[in-house]
Ligand binder design. Structure first.
Ligand code: FES
Length: 161
């Protein structure tokens, strides 16, 4: 349903005014749709079923991290393995480990703490072994899933084991 406004008698409508108004309304409509889509997509992703997320996650079998071979020892590189956060750790003893960064308790993103050489979940205090992904303390019921790691001169290949 469209609504037309009557102009006051002292304002004379020019013939081009209607087209300008229509163009403005069309542009405002497009901007409104884009704004709505920008707001709705994160909500959709938040509400997407875990099964759908798992299907997307299993569709990805390998990730190439270009130039990641330059990661200094004792540091971590966070990356996405499919839709899920993951981490590549270059330990001080020059070993490389990659694993999911999704806590097995309630799904928070875990962090590598280089000082303590452990993986910590800030949500409820879960702790994991930074080499094996084993759940060490706190509420996490299972270990973090490890990925295979292949370091080469161009980067690091991370793949499902
Ligand atoms: S979500 Fe990680 S300890 Fe609860």
């Amino acid at each position: 349903m469209s609504q037309e406004m009557n102009l006051p008698a002292n304002i004379v409508e020019e013939p081009g005014d209607k087209n300008t108004r229509r163009a403005f309304l069309a542009a405002a409509g497009v901007a409104g749709l884009a704004y709505t889509a920008a707001l709705a997509y994160p909500i959709y992703r938040y509400l997407a079923s875990p099964a759908e997320m798992a299907m997307e996650a299993t569709a990805v079998t390998e990730v190439t991290l270009k130039d990641a071979q330059k990661l200094p020892a004792g540091s971590v590189l966070m990356f996405k393995f499919g839709p899920s956060p993951a981490m590549l750790i270059h330990h001080l003893d020059d070993t490389w480990v990659a694993m999911t960064a999704v806590c097995t308790h309630l799904g928070c993103t875990v962090q590598y703490e280089s000082q303590a050489d452990r993986i910590h979940c800030a949500c409820h205090g879960g702790v994991y072994n930074a080499y094996t992904g084993a759940n060490v303390s706190g509420p996490p019921p299972k270990p973090l899933k490890l990925f295979k790691v292949a370091v080469n001169e161009a980067g690091v290949e991370v793949s499902r084991g």
